[in-house]
Design a protein around this ligand. Structure first.
Ligand code: 26W
Length: 821
C-alpha cells in the first residue's frame, strides 16, 4: 500500500493535479489541448477512483477475514445515480477539487454533467438498494451488493407531442470509469435439461442436474465508499457471456454460425432491465436474469467462504443474505442445491443453514404484483430447483398440517405452489419459508402484511415478522443535492448532522429567528431559480420562482394518483375561467416520472398532464398564475435539482397501496411540506414532523377496504359534487384535446365506472387540504417555520437508521473499521 502514497493516492492538491494530468495523457491518450469534455471527465473520475482503490483493497481484505460476518444484499436493481460528485463528498475532497479544477480553467459542473448515470433500476426499490449501500459503507459494515450489469438500464424518456417516447439507455457507450472488470472471476450458470439420480461413493442417494445449456457470468466490481470513513465496499454486478468451450470446435465442426447464435443468445440475459415496476408474468428471459445473478452470487459466496477454509455448516455465521423483494428468491432453492448436490450436505443441516442465512424484504401490497411463475416454465428452466421446491413444500406443508390439523384450505393458501388454476410457483411464499426474517418497509405496510397479504405466515411464525421503515441517504439527497441548505444548517449546528441527522433537531430553536427564516427562504428561492432554468432548457416553459412549486415526481401508476393532482389543477382552472378575478395562489405544478412502456393508462395520464399544461400555460385568463410542467426523463441525476426546489410534495396514493415511498422523505428533508394520505411512510413522517406541519387528507386504509367491501360507487361522489362534475366535463368535452372526445375517455370511464383507486371518493378532501395549503403558503413566515420543522424532525428517515436496525435485528453484524496502514 505504501508504494502508492506519494503516487496516485496522494491526496494533496498538488498530487491530485498531477494525477489528473497523468490520466488525461496516459489513460485518455490526449494532450490537454486536445482533450474533449469527456476526456476531462474520465480523467477526473479516474483521479477520484485512485483515491478509492487504497480504501477498497483494505476493505476487501477485511471481507476475507474468517471471523467477521458479511452482509450480502441481493437485488435485481441498483439505481445508483452518478458517482463522481458523491465520491468527492464522501472523500471530503469536493471543495479542493472544485477549486483546483477552477484554477485549471475547468467548470466542475460541466464535468459532472458529462457522467452518464447507471440507471440500473426502475424506481423506489432500486434506489433504496443504492441508499442502503451508501449507509452500509458509512456505518463501516462489511458488505457486498450483488446484482446485474444491464447493458441498457431504464430507458430514457422523451416527451413528443405530449406522449412518452422511450429510447434505449446506452450508459456504457463512452466507457465506465467506476467499474473494474474481473475476467478471472467467472461462474457457470446452467439452464434446462433434466435431473438424474445416482449413488455416491458412500452409497448415498444423490441427484445430479444435466443441463441443456450453460452461460458464463463475469464479475464487474464498483467501489462504494462510505461518508468520511475508509470503508469502501464492493458492488459486484454480473454480465452474461457465452462459455468458450475448450472442445467446442471438435464437437461443432463447421457449425460456426451455431456458435455465433449461442453467443448472442447467452449475452441476451444481461442486455436490458425490464422497465416495469410490477412483476412480469411469464417472461422467460426475466426468470433467467433472476437465476443468473443469484446463482453467480451464491457461487461467489461459497467460493469465498471455502477459500477461508470455512465449514459450510457454519455458512450463516459468515454471510447474511438479504433478498430485495422476491426477485432473488430462487436463491433459497439454489443455496440448497449448492449445499446438498454440489457439496454433499444432508437436507436438514442444509435447510437450517439456508433459513439462517436469508432475510426477505417485501416491497408491495398490491396482490396482483406478487411474483409467481408458471410451473411449466419454471420446471423447464430449472428442473432440479423444481424438485427442491417440491421437497421444501412437502416438509413445510407437513408442519402446517401439524400446527393446524384438518385445515386444508389453509394448506392450499400457504403452499409454495398455487394450484387454483394453472399451476404457479409463489415466490413470496418461497422467500418467507426460506428466511428467518421477513420485513415490510413502513409500519403500516408491515401491519397490512401481517393482517392481509402474508397473514397465514404471520399466524404460523410471528417471530419472523418485523418492520424496517425505509430511509434515504442524506449524503446524496441533502449534501450533494442541496449545498445551499447544507451550508446554512452546518453554519448553525456544525456538520455532524450528516452522519447523525437526529442532530437536526437543534435547528428547532431557530424557528423564531426572523433572520434565519429569511436565509431559509433565500436558499429555497435560489434552488427554485436553478430548477426554473433547467425547466426552460428542457421544456421551453417559463416558470415563476416566486410561485409555489408543487411537485409530484415518481413512477406513473394509477395507485399513485397523478391524475388526482390533475383534477385539482383543472378545478382551479375552472374557477379562474368562471371568474378571472378569482384570487388564486400562484402555483407551478411540476410532474415527472416514467410510465412502463406497456402501461396504457399511465401513458394516457402523461398525455393528459401535457394537454392540460398546453391549455393552462397559454390561457390569458390564467395570466401566468398557474403553470403546469411535465419534466421529461426524471432520474437520479436531475432529481438533484427537483427535490430541493419543492415547496409542496405530493404524496397522494390511495391509502394502503404505497408500501412506503421514499420520495416523500427526500422532499421533506429538503424543506418541502407534504400533502398526503395516511399511506406508507407518510404516516410516520407526519408523526415525526407533527400533524400541524403536514397536510393530511383522505380515506384511511381501513376506509378503503370497507368501501370496497360494501360496493364502492364512484358515481355517487360524482353526482353529489358539482365542482367534480365540471372538472370531469372539461376533460371529456375534448377541451384539452382539440375537441377530441375519445382521447381521454378511457381515463374518464375508468374513473366514473370503476375508480379502483378511489380518486372520486378522495377528491373533496383533497380540494379542502389544497385550500389549507394555499392559506398556509400565503403566510410566508408560517410556511417557513413549518418548513424548518420538517427538516429538523426528519432525522429518523436517514437510511443510516434503517441499516442500523437491519444490522441489529436481522443480520447480527457489527461495524469493522478499516485502517489504511
Ligand atoms: C420488473 C419487476 C419489478 C417488480 C416490482 C421491479 C420492481 C418492483 C418493485 C416491487 C416496485 C417498487 O419499486 N416498489 C417500491 O419499493 C419502495 C422501496 O421499498 C417503496 O418505497 C415503494 O412504496 C414501493 O412501491
Amino acid at each position: 500500500a505504501d508504494v502508492c502514497v506519494g503516487g496516485r493516492s496522494d491526496m494533496s492538491l498538488e498530487g491530485l493535479r498531477r494525477t489528473f494530468r497523468e490520466h488525461v495523457f496516459y489513460t485518455q491518450g490526449r494532450f490537454p489541448m486536445g482533450a474533449s469534455r469527456n476526456d476531462l471527465y474520465m480523467a477526473l473520475a479516474y483521479t477520484v477512483r485512485d483515491q478509492l482503490l487504497h480504501r477498497w483493497i483494505r476493505t476487501v481484505e477485511q471481507l476475507g477475514r474468517e471471523d467477521i460476518k458479511i452482509v450480502s444484499y441481493l437485488s435485481a436493481e441498483f439505481l445508483l445515480g452518478p458517482h463522481l460528485e458523491n465520491n468527492l463528498i464522501n472523500l471530503g475532497l469536493y471543495e479542493d477539487v472544485r477549486r483546483t479544477a477552477e484554477e485549471e480553467g475547468l467548470d466542475i459542473q460541466v464535468l459532472f454533467d458529462q457522467e452518464e448515470e447507471p440507471g440500473l433500476g426502475n424506481g423506489g426499490l432500486g434506489r433504496l438498494a443504492a441508499c442502503y449501500l451508501d449507509s452500509l459503507a458509512t456505518l463501516e459494515i462489511p458488505a457486498m451488493g450483488y446484482g446485474i450489469r444491464y447493458e441498457f438500464g431504464i430507458f430514457d424518456q422523451e416527451i413528443r407531442d405530449g406522449w412518452q417516447v422511450e429510447h434505449t439507455d446506452q450508459w456504457l457507450r463512452l466507457g465506465n470509469p467506476w467499474e473494474i472488470a474481473r475476467p478471472e472471476i467467472t461462474y457457470h450458470v446452467n439452464f434446462g435439461g433434466r435431473t438424474e439420480p445416482y449413488e455416491d461413493e458412500q452409497g448415498r442417494y444423490r441427484v445430479r442436474w444435466i443441463p441443456y445449456r450453460t452461460v458464463k457470468g463475469v464479475a464487474y466490481d464498483t467501489p462504494i465508499l462510505g461518508y468520511r470513513v475508509n470503508t469502501c465496499n464492493l458492488l459486484r454486478l454480473w454480465k452474461a457471456e457465452a462459455v468458450e468451450s475448450f472442445e467446442f470446435e471438435a464437437f461443432n465442426v463447421g457449425d460456426y454460425y451455431g456458435a455465433v447464435d449461442q453467443k448472442i443468445y447467452s449475452e441476451n440475459i444481461t442486455k436490458v432491465l425490464y422497465p416495469n415496476d410490477e412483476p412480469i408474468q411469464g417472461k422467460q428471459l426475466r426468470l433467467e436474469q433472476q437465476y443468473f445473478f443469484v446463482s453467480c452470487s451464491l457461487q461467489d459466496m461459497v467460493r469465498i467462504y471455502k477459500l477461508l477454509g470455512g465449514d459450510l455448516s457454519r455458512f450463516s455465521s459468515h454471510f447474511a443474505i438479504q433478498l430485495n423483494d422476491t426477485h432473488p428468491a430462487i436463491g433459497v432453492a439454489e443455496l440448497m442445491r449448492l449445499l446438498v448436490d454440489e457439496n454433499g450436505m444432508d437436507w436438514e443441516p442444509a435447510w437450517e443453514v439456508t433459513c439462517n442465512t436469508f432475510g426477505y424484504t417485501n416491497h408491495t401490497l398490491l396482490p396482483e404484483a406478487l411474483e409467481k411463475w408458471p410451473v411449466d416454465l419454471f420446471a423447464g428452466l430449472f428442473p432440479r430447483h423444481m424438485e427442491i421446491i417440491y421437497e421444501i413444500n412437502r416438509r413445510f406443508l407437513d408442519e402446517v398440517r401439524n400446527r393446524f390439523p384438518g385445515d386444508e384450505d389453509r394448506v392450499a393458501r400457504m403452499s409454495l405452489i398455487d394450484e387454483s388454476g394453472e399451476r404457479y410457483v409463489r415466490m413470496a411464499h418461497l422467500a418467507c419459508v426460506g428466511s428467518h426474517a421477513v420485513n415490510g418497509v413502513a409500519e403500516l405496510h408491515t401491519r397490512l402484511l401481517k393482517e392481509e397479504v402474508l397473514r397465514d405466515f404471520y399466524e404460523m411464525m410471528p417471530e419472523k415478522f418485523n418492520n424496517k421503515t425505509n430511509g434515504v441517504t442524506p449524503r446524496r439527497f441533502v449534501v450533494l443535492s442541496n449545498p445551499g441548505l447544507s451550508r446554512l444548517i452546518t453554519g448553525k449546528i456544525g456538520e455532524t448532522w450528516v452522519s447523525r441527522p437526529e442532530e437536526l433537531r437543534r435547528l428547532e430553536k431557530f424557528v423564531d429567528d426572523p433572520a434565519f427564516r429569511e436565509e431559509w427562504r433565500r436558499v429555497k428561492l435560489e434552488n427554485k431559480k436553478n430548477l426554473a432554468r433547467l425547466i426552460r432548457e428542457r421544456t421551453g416553459i417559463e416558470v415563476d420562482p416566486s410561485s409555489m412549486f408543487d411537485i409530484q415526481v415518481k413512477r406513473l401508476h394509477e395507485y399513485k394518483r397523478q391524475h388526482l393532482n390533475v383534477l385539482h389543477i383543472i378545478a382551479l382552472y375552472n374557477r379562474i375561467k368562471q371568474d378571472p378575478a378569482y384570487d388564486v395562489c400562484p402555483r407551478t405544478f411540476i410532474f415527472g416520472g416514467k410510465a412502463a412502456p406497456g402501461y396504457f393508462m399511465a401513458k394516457r395520464i402523461i398525455k393528459l398532464i401535457n394537454s392540460v399544461a398546453d391549455v393552462v400555460n397559454h390561457d390569458s385568463d390564467v395570466n401566468g398564475r398557474l403553470k403546469v410542467v411535465f419534466f421529461p426523463d426524471f432520474n437520479v441525476k436531475n432529481a438533484k435539482f427537483i427535490y430541493p426546489a419543492a415547496d409542496l410534495s405530493e404524496q397522494i396514493s390511495t391509502a394502503g397501496k404505497e408500501a412506503s415511498g421514499t420520495g416523500n422523505m427526500k422532499f421533506s428533508m429538503n424543506g418541502a411540506l407534504t400533502i398526503g394520505t395516511l399511506d406508507g411512510a407518510n404516516v410516520e413522517i407526519r408523526e415525526e414532523v407533527g400533524a400541524e406541519n403536514f397536510f393530511l387528507f383522505g380515506l384511511t386504509a381501513e376506509d378503503v377496504t370497507s368501501l370496497q367491501k360494501n360496493g364502492y360507487q364512484p358515481m355517487e361522489y360524482y353526482r353529489s359534487n358539482p365542482e367534480l362534475q365540471a372538472v370531469i366535463e372539461r376533460i371529456s368535452s375534448g377541451y384539452f384535446s382539440n375537441g377530441d372526445q375519445e382521447l381521454f375517455s378511457p381515463l374518464v370511464d375508468s374513473l366514473l365506472f370503476h375508480d379502483t383507486f378511489m380518486l372520486l371518493a378522495d377528491f373533496g378532501a383533497y380540494m379542502d387540504a389544497q385550500r389549507q395549503v394555499e392559506e398556509a403558503y400565503r403566510d410566508q413566515e408560517r410556511w417557513t417555520r413549518m418548513s424548518i420543522l420538517n427538516v429538523a424532525r426528519m432525522g429518523k428517515f436517514s437510511s443510516d437508521r434503517a441499516i442500523r436496525e437491519y444490522c441489529k435485528d436481522i443480520w447480527k453484524v457489527e461495524p469493522v473499521p478499516v485502517t489504511l496502514e
